[in-house]
Design a protein around this ligand. Sequence first.
Ligand SMILES: NC(=O)c1ccc[n+]([C@@H]2O[C@H](COP(=O)([O-])OP(=O)(O)OC[C@H]3O[C@@H](n4cnc5c(N)ncnc54)[C@H](O)[C@@H]3O)[C@@H](O)[C@H]2O)c1
Ligand SMILES: [Zn+2]
Length: 363
Amino acid sequence: MNRFKVSIEKKVSRSYEVYIGQDILDRAVLIIAKGNWAKKYFLITDTNVSALHGPRVMDIFKKMGLSVEEIALPAGERAKTMTTAVALAEELLHRGADRTSGLIALGGGVVGDLTGFVASIFMRGIHCIHIPTTLLAQVDSSIGGKTGVDLPAAKNMLGTFHQPKAVFTDLSFLRTLPGEEFKNGLAEIMKCAIIDDPALLEILEAKAAVLKPDGDLDVLMPIVARTCEIKKKIVEIDEQEHGLRRILNFGHTLGHAIEAEAGYAIPHGEAVSIGMAAALSLSERLGHLPAADRDRSIGLLQKAGLPIRMPEVMSSDGVLARMGRDKKKEGNILHFVLLKRPGMPFVNGGVSESTIREIMERL
Ligand SMILES: NC(=O)c1ccc[n+]([C@@H]2O[C@H](COP(=O)([O-])OP(=O)(O)OC[C@H]3O[C@@H](n4cnc5c(N)ncnc54)[C@H](O)[C@@H]3O)[C@@H](O)[C@H]2O)c1
Ligand SMILES: [Zn+2]
């Protein structure tokens, strides 16, 4: 089992361990029991994960002598709302939760964001532990303490920063993950490799074809661990996204706009992949990135089976208009994360609309 510590603001009270391994649940629950973080735990999950893994996880907690109850929320992004958060808080109260209770998020990013959000505001804040079960949640959303729910007008509009007490990433959960969901995580892994780690980029180039939910977890393990460490390093320096953390938005400015324009019918990972291909082309077009580096990174996305072009039916006008509404926009400046070389991103604030349109239409 790999482990490393995330230290926010270098304060011991806000540091937590991220444990990564295969079949680590017994040890995870032992650590939770020893941590003595709460008198009673509520395992928050969604109906899909509950059906696949709920009873087994509950058994491990009970065998360890911990007091635990399961609450299964509806699955999917559409449940990531204030209504679900309020219903969860009311259910917790109804079941006797108090300031000494702790929440455990067992699921993907939706469960993690919702559980973290409710943990951050329930009785002014209780502890939360993450057991991420999608690849995206394992390499991305479980680390860094961002929580939130969506508003009808835009995703993640209401949220808090609430760092967990611990994160337990068990790759064995990926065995039941549908291939499309796996690809969402793969896109975030590719993103981290492109913006931060040329060595990881090389590993991915060699292994892209075998990275699948039923593939060799021993191959995936160091890739997940490395990606988590990249995210950890970035959020330690900039927890609240005032500067450096923005580089994690590589591919996301356009990606979010594509997702919204498609009415969320395009998976996040695919939209971000198209956004990354555009950011790479834009970096090359503006003279920052050598063409060979652009081609290499775009080639990697393709090797992983990720798309690099917008669907033909999608209008660039619609996507451009949505990009203008991105909440990461400051004033009238659109922040684009671009690249000088693999591992050397920077935030560029002055890209003209016509250049973006040209890149989108030429992809
Ligand atoms: N907090 C952050 O820093 C952060 C970062 C990135 C993304 N996010 C958020 O994460 C969310 C996306 O997360 P996601 O992609 O994990 O989606 P998700 O939580 O909706 O999970 C995807 C689907 O997979 C199912 N599932 C989960 N684990 C499974 C397993 N092991 N086997 C079979 N099915 C399983 C779920 O029930 C769901 O249907 C978005 O809401 C996004 O905003 C947050
Ligand atoms: Zn993303």
